[in-house]
Design a protein around this ligand. Structure first.
Ligand code: ZN
Length: 368
């Protein structure tokens, strides 16, 4: 490949270029260096890679973050003659390679090489077929639910790709249904929607640590999804949009002199148990509480919101989550999301609103 695509680059330079194309993982994260302070590999080390297989550690570090489509695209952009010569070079390995498919073929091979170097074994064709059948069946049965549970993004640790593709004016779902723990059954608690690339790589991977990470991801999704269902039929006045609009308009000078020392927050949030959320709520309350209260009362007077209704609704939402044994951080987060859904406003403003209701006692009871 270097002979045809290298443009006169030396081996280490070409290798680094190739890696930059095929993975989003940077050299600092390849994780092969014995000396962690030496972030980059020596040119000699890289030269040695091209004579043997890729190190397992490096392959494992990049195997879930491959971008073969970039390689395909780059090769496809080369002049026809270059692609033709490149294809002829490779025909000893695969007679079906030609100038038109050489980009695709090379990126497929590179993916396979990296997967093998990472210790993954491709399924044989019979198993592959059975697996495809099973996946199709699971997808038709649970696909819609799992796609929703994942909120449309691949939940594989470190991925986050959209589970949709845009083709022209059309949006189509693009995902596969995978088992979380391959030793367990096809129950919905053990199934997850993944992007096709994570799906096919994970299928070959028996890494226990990864399985554990995926379990944790599934658990987070499932817990959150159940909370969302719980709050689905809970009312929340859309007048809250007006409140948030006013909060967004606040300038620094509006807030100066209107700060509050919220000692009461400590009665509802234990800084030792919930430090992160305590810190956030404490800051928002001390900075915004008095102003938000003013906004609420004004909007209530003008009939834009019914302040008592909103208080009751907040209380009801909190009770429902509390009854479902949600933790304080889950409750905070779920109410923020509920407000976000009703108002479509940025989370940061929704957090200010929830913090307001914590201080005004609708959300969270005093710690006993
Ligand atoms: Zn993915």
């Amino acid at each position: 490949m270097k002979n045809r695509l290298g443009d006169g680059d030396d081996v280490p330079y070409f290798f680094r270029e190739l890696m930059a194309m095929i993975t989003t993982v940077t050299e600092e994260e390849w994780g092969t260096s014995k000396d962690p302070s030496a972030k980059k590999l020596s040119d000699n080390t890289i030269r040695s890679y091209t004579k043997r297989t890729l190190p397992k550690k490096l392959s494992q570090a990049i195997v879930y973050r491959l971008t073969p489509e970039v390689i395909t695209e780059r090769i496809d952009k080369r002049p026809y003659d270059t692609r033709k010569i490149l294809a002829e070079d490779l025909q000893v390995y695969d007679s079906a390679i030609n100038a038109d498919n050489v980009g695709q073929k090379i990126s497929d091979y590179l993916v396979e090489i990296i997967q093998k170097s990472a210790g993954m074994l491709p399924l044989d064709s019979l198993k592959q077929q059975q697996q495809e059948q099973r996946e199709l069946h699971l997808k038709s049965q649970y696909g819609d639910y799992l796609l929703q549970e994942a909120s449309g993004y691949c939940p594989f640790p470190g991925c986050g790709k959209q589970l949709h593709v845009y083709v022209g004016a059309k949006v189509s779902p693009l995902f596969s249904v995978s088992k979380v723990d391959k030793a367990k059954g096809d129950e919905i608690d053990n199934l997850i929607a993944l992007c096709p690339r994570c799906y096919s790589t994970y299928l070959m991977d028996d890494n226990k640590k990864l399985c554990k990470e995926l379990k944790a991801a599934k658990n987070t999704l499932a817990v959150h999804h159940r909370s969302v269902q719980l709050l689905d039929d809970m009312a929340l006045e859309k007048g809250i949009i007006g409140v948030i609009g006013k909060i967004k308009d606040l300038k620094q000078q509006d807030i100066i002199g209107a700060s509050l020392d919220p000692k009461e927050i400590k009665q509802k949030l234990d800084p030792n148990a919930d430090m992160a959320i305590y810190g956030v709520v404490n800051y928002y309350v001390s900075t915004y509480f008095l102003k938000v209260k003013e906004i609420m009362i004004n909007l209530d007077k003008r009939g834009v919101i019914d302040y008592e209704d909103i208080q009751d609704q907040m209380k009801a939402i909190y009770r429902k989550l509390k009854k479902a044994n949600k933790s304080r951080i889950e409750i905070f987060y779920e109410i923020v999301e509920k407000i976000h859904k009703v108002s479509l406003q940025e989370d940061i403003y929704c957090q200010i609103v929830v913090s307001y209701f914590i201080q005004s006692c609708e959300v969270f009871d005093a710690i006993t």
